[in-house]
Write a protein that binds this ligand. Sequence first.
Ligand code: HAM
Length: 416
Amino acid sequence: MEAIKAPRGTRDILGNESWKWAYVTDTFRNVADDYGYREVHLPIFEHTELFCRGVGETTDIVEKEMYTFTDRGGRSVTLRPEMTASMVRSYLENNMASGPQPAKLWGAGPMFRYERPQKGRYRQFVQLDVEALGAQDAFVDLEIIDLSMEFYRRLGLSNLNVVLNSVGCPKCRPVYRKALQDFLKPRYDELCDSCKSRYERNPLRILDCKSPICKEISENAPSIMEYLCDECKEHFSELRRGLDRIGANVIHDKRLVRGLDYYTKTAYEILSGDLGAQNAVCGGGRYDNLAEAIGGPHVPGVGFASGIERVMLTMEAQGCSFGREPANKVYAVAAEPSAKLETMNLVRTLRMNHISADMDYMGRSLKSQMKSAGNMASYACIIGGDELAKGVVTVKNLGDGTQEELTPEQLVNKLK
Ligand code: HAM
């Protein structure tokens, strides 16, 4: 029988890597804390309808990427493909409107999308997500973009481009949509198959198509900027003034449209110059009508999510530091079987004093225990007959080879 493998598009994150993940998540946690966002833990599966109505029926995510199944109670549930819809659902369900506004939330966890796996694109991936709910002030959009940039700054990332656009609102977008369709109509037949189907359902997405012919066709398409209503225009200008004030280097890309339907006004992405095709380390924007789309009252919101795998790939490519790799301080060595009990007790004492320590459980010889110590720890603490008689431990510094005899108390004080 063939051994079972992990599903395509998933990865095991093992001990040699997981500490780097923890570093990135901890950095994110600290940034979110400094900006006044509080962590929430939301379900990994939700009612399918939440994403159909929230993310949008015409998006790739809802049309072809969701992990949807019927549970044993006959309900249709979906493994979350993103967190924003859940955040808004949670805001409504927990009546966060009665608390301080905007509600500032962050969360981290796995997302699921049935996409074709490639570098930086997985079927299960982890997002770090931030949302500010309840405020329409452009300064909150500014805070969100600033927070994402600060996160990457603290990780030591460079070679990133912040691209920004406004996608308008239900007042002005339909007019633009029509103008775009009119512009594309004469060359409709030349569009790729996906864009032909986007033409009616979601023509703005044609601007985002990677196919060379669609790119060429849409090259001189009218810009949404000329169609924005006064409110959207003013929101965008205010955000740009704020970004200028904080010295943010932002590129206005009039073709940027995001793959989720809920965006209004601000849309942005941060692109890494060190990734291939999947180069967005984060994406976000404003979604003032999402709460209504899922059956709530009007609740404006803005946020972003960053894919941790892409952040890490960029960090690796740029040689960024992940902090200190965890390592055992001490490996305790029983020089003879009769010393095993005291060796165990020493290890326990060290651990209780927050000094990481380990010992042999494989019945290894003294020589190979010393070898393990060399591989795994900074100090070897050897206990044999002599040490047992004197109530001491021989402590060998595996860095410089020096050796001394210490009582367990002295050892704890030395290493603490
Ligand atoms: P998104 O652009 O779909 O937006 O995803 C955000 C980020 O998640 C991407 O920029 C990328 O870093 C990562 N990502 C997405 N798909 C994959 C994948 N298959 N494999 C690896 N990483 C991936 C959202 O999800 C919105 N909810 C963001 C948002 C929050 N907007 C407002 N608030």
